[in-house]
Design a protein around this ligand. Structure first.
Ligand code: BYC
Length: 312
């Protein structure tokens, strides 16, 4: 087939909403785009374990501790499915990790903020996992098959995470005055960073045009951000908490909330590596990777021995 025919076949597959599979021909830029997004997503899951892991030893009860351990462990699993999905595109795990450890690859801006109180664990589940699901539901239909299939299971687990976070917020907001204040303070600190998770406004998003053309993204950053606000504001009202946005207002004609503009300068600063916890997060990841070297070496030596035995 000529290069033109290959490209036509690829476009026709997308038109028919068929998934693109690892052995299919694909344009180089599609491959690069998917590797970039899937690997950033994988890194986010892995780095995302750190702010919550910080509270495992301080969870207020045994039940909360068990639930939090399970949640953080789920995030590790998500990272592993996503690294595997990226590897089907022909990039190695070592290369992917190297990109994270050298700061070449991004991970979600949200994980560069500190978790100061137990209410932050509630706010992360409710808002951060809530924003993640809003984005990930459409990714179950993303055009790259291995990514779409990984997202099905991830979405199920993220729904559970969102509910456990909201339940923590319910308990705190119905608790003592101090507990309610703690819940409000967490909402105040996590609201705007959660809106930033969806990425820059559509007009300033360099990757959206190709992502939509290739059906990698089915909805834009702004569309998803709007849906998140519409869904989450009534949840905050139910808790008796106030969303920290003086411009927030229901618009009956649009059947949607008008809301203020996130501080995009802060966002750009965080993704350039200058957020409150960027250095700490990356330092923790690089340190964990170094400490884990003996486990990787032992696993490789065991596999080699087993292979030799099987071949003998
Ligand atoms: N943070 O052209 P744009 C989770 C970058 S974790 C950092 O709009 P795109 C969880 C963007 O990469 C869930 N960087 O990009 C885990 C691009 O830079 P490059 C994480 C961001 O790709 C543990 C530039 O800004 N979810 O669930 O079309 C505990 C311009 O942006 C961010 C995913 O990763 C950001 N927030 O759209 C709890 C979902 N936003 O690469 C929860 C998959 C933008 O050109 N990813 N940038 O240098 C996506 O859907 C898309 O990649 C994004 C960005 C919507 C994030």
């Amino acid at each position: 087939m000529t290069p033109e025919q290959l490209e036509q076949n690829f476009d026709a597959k997308l038109q028919r909403n068929e998934s693109i599979e690892p052995k299919d021909w694909m344009p180089d830029n599609y491959r690069k785009h998917v590797i970039r997004q899937v690997s950033q997503h994988a890194h986010s899951e892995i780095v995302g374990m750190l702010p919550e892991g910080n509270w495992i030893t301080r969870a207020p009860s045994m039940r909360r501790k068990m639930v939090l351990i399970a949640k953080v462990q789920d995030e590790a699993g998500h990272g592993l499915y996503l690294y595997s999905a990226a590897e089907t595109m022909g990039i190695s795990r070592d290369e992917l990790l190297d990109q994270l450890h050298t700061g070449k690859a991004k991970y979600s801006s949200i994980f560069n903020y500190p978790t100061l109180t137990w209410a932050d664990i509630g706010a992360i589940g409710w808002l951060v996992d809530g924003a993640a699901i809003m984005n990930q539901v459409m990714l179950q239909r993303t055009s790259y098959g291995p990514y779409a299939r990984a997202m099905v299971r991830i979405c199920k687990e993220e729904s559970f995470h969102q509910r456990q976070g909201y339940e923590i917020m319910q308990v705190l907001s119905k608790g003592t005055v101090a507990q309610k204040e703690m819940a409000q303070d967490a909402l105040n600190r996590w609201w705007w960073p959660s809106l930033m998770m969806f990425g820059p406004p559509d007009a300033e998003s360099p990757n959206t045009a190709n992502a939509v053309k290739w059906k990698i993204k089915r909805e834009s950053n702004d569309q998803l951000r709007q849906r998140f606000v519409n869904t989450t504001v009534p949840q905050a009202e139910y808790l008796g908490l106030t969303v920290p946005d003086k411009d927030l207002k229901w618009d009956e004609s649009k059947k949607a909330y008008d809301f203020g503009t996130p501080d995009w300068e802060e966002f750009n600063n965080v993704i350039r590596g200058n957020g409150p916890c960027n250095k700490e997060r990356l330092g923790a990841r690089v340190g964990a990777h170094k400490k884990g070297a003996w486990v990787r070496e032992a696993a490789a030596a065991y596999a080699e021995k087993k292979n030799k035995k099987a071949a003998a």
